[in-house]
Design a protein around this ligand. Sequence first.
Ligand code: G6P
Length: 612
Amino acid sequence: MCGIVAYVGHRQAHPLIVKGLKRLEYRGYDSAGIALLNDGLNVYKKKGKVSDLEAYLKDQTDLNSTIGIGHTRWATHGEPNDENAHPHYSATKNLAIIHNGIIENYASLKQELLNKGHVFDSETDSEVFIHFIEDIRRNNDLPLEEAVRVALTKVVGAYAIVIMDKDDPNMLIAARKGSPLVIGLGKNEFFLASDATPIVEYTNEVVYLNDYEIATIRDGILDIRNTDDVPTNPYITTLEMELEAIEKSGYDHFMLKEIFEQPRSISDCMRGRLNASNGHLVLGGIREYANKLEKAERIIMVSCGTSWHSCLVAEYFLEEYCRIPVEVEYASEFRYRNPIIKEGDVVIAVSQSGETADTLAAIELAKSKGAIIFGVVNVVGSSIARTSHEGAYTHAGPEIGVASTKAFTAQLIVLFMMGLMVARKKGTITDSRFHELLVEMEQIPNKVEEVLKTALQIEAIADTFKDASNFLYLGRGYNFPVALEGALKLKEISYIHAEGYPAAEMKHGPIALIDQEMPVVFIATRDSSYDKVVSNIQEVVARKGRVIAVVTKGDSLIPKMAEFVIEVPHTDESLMPLVSVIPLQLLSYHIAVMRGCNVDQPRNLAKSVTVE
Ligand code: G6P
């Protein structure tokens, strides 16, 4: 969702900010804008892509400025258009703001300001916010940072903001609550952004702003204090991200690159943590609270989207090996239904971005009731990583394509490692089974590599089905959540309606949909429910449905029934989702490309959903 980029220093701000906004495009947005101090405080903004803004800027004469703020907006209050795009001016046009998040009490603030004669150019809560700040400043004759502080104690909602002042040309004020903000520290220059991707090519020293902190950068000095006006000591973190990780490196799309990166990202995730030859399995981030996990009477998992699917797979795994009951919850439902949480309950929160608003809120709720939170997160330093008691990073590297791929498989690896650690400690797994699974896990990168070799075959299948209007995905056991994930991938990027179901449930509804027009993807690898799935395939074939089956290499039965088969190497049943999901990622990718869809930035979707 919305992206922030700001700069103050000695370089030309506008090309740097535009480049930064392009790096944030993956988050999802529908308009973009920038404010510069060049002969006054000037705002340039456009509906559409950053390239539309760039084209518009080309027609401007003087863009000379070494300070600036830029924004990509994902519409919440008011449709995507030029007026609603950020930055927004204050009433006098002396201040400009960029804002991520939502001000929930904006309507009452707006009414108050309208009564005082304020006129608004947009429908946004963000414009109200900056008018409100200026109003406080003028009425009380306060320095801007103090007016911002007072305003923040009065607004309800989530925000990351950056403000510029026409009369203070070397100053930026930033603040956050609930929406991420990173400050990059250069030599006499500062870079601000929603995540580190726009910053990494200039500096690897960053400060992650915490909730309720206000940063004032004035004349090269960074001052951070909280909303009670108490100065805080900035904690400087060194970024480990490589520039190459956020570029396409010759691939047509980030999504394809990320699918093909999986052998490496899965290895990276296990590196130093798992070694089958000596039975080593340690997640360094889970120490102090490890016994809470082992003694848990139940585990609640909260997440959204693809991360929710990895939790469903983990439910099978944790229950099977740890013998602990697991409840998998959509974070958005969990938080609003007065859930039963006891002191000492364990919550595992799973998130690629670490910023998903619903997941964060579910964590806060569980924490307030005494639960211990374990975060399984990809983005280092993100809000969920910081608010969890303990956890483990997935180390998949930056995931730029909106449709999650490598983050999913890395989440599974971490959750499997967590499960095996607990099972071992509890004695709910035999030594031989434990070692067998470690050995199999080490083989997974090679097996994924093997599946990736079917890409051309999958492209041909995609060509056959690219014009379909519906798809069904069916699987059982560990492959049931894979069916859900396959369907989600397809609808996200190709806009084809797709549904995932447990194969046996087909008879209770979806079977009515089956005719010669309906492609049905079966995840039918050799496992304990293989025979049952074969029967389900027959039921579809009998109704002339068109079957595409993901099967274990060497299967001789299903190829006789299915129109298309994609072979994947054999692995342990409980690890199969790591392998069987890969063809489904490729299938949705190729179908979306053939339909001319914007694979990396599908319409209406955002990578990091920072509003509820
Ligand atoms: C958005 C993304 C999905 C993602 C979901 C959860 O909807 O488009 O790809 O699975 O958010 O995000 P998280 O970062 O918490 O895993």
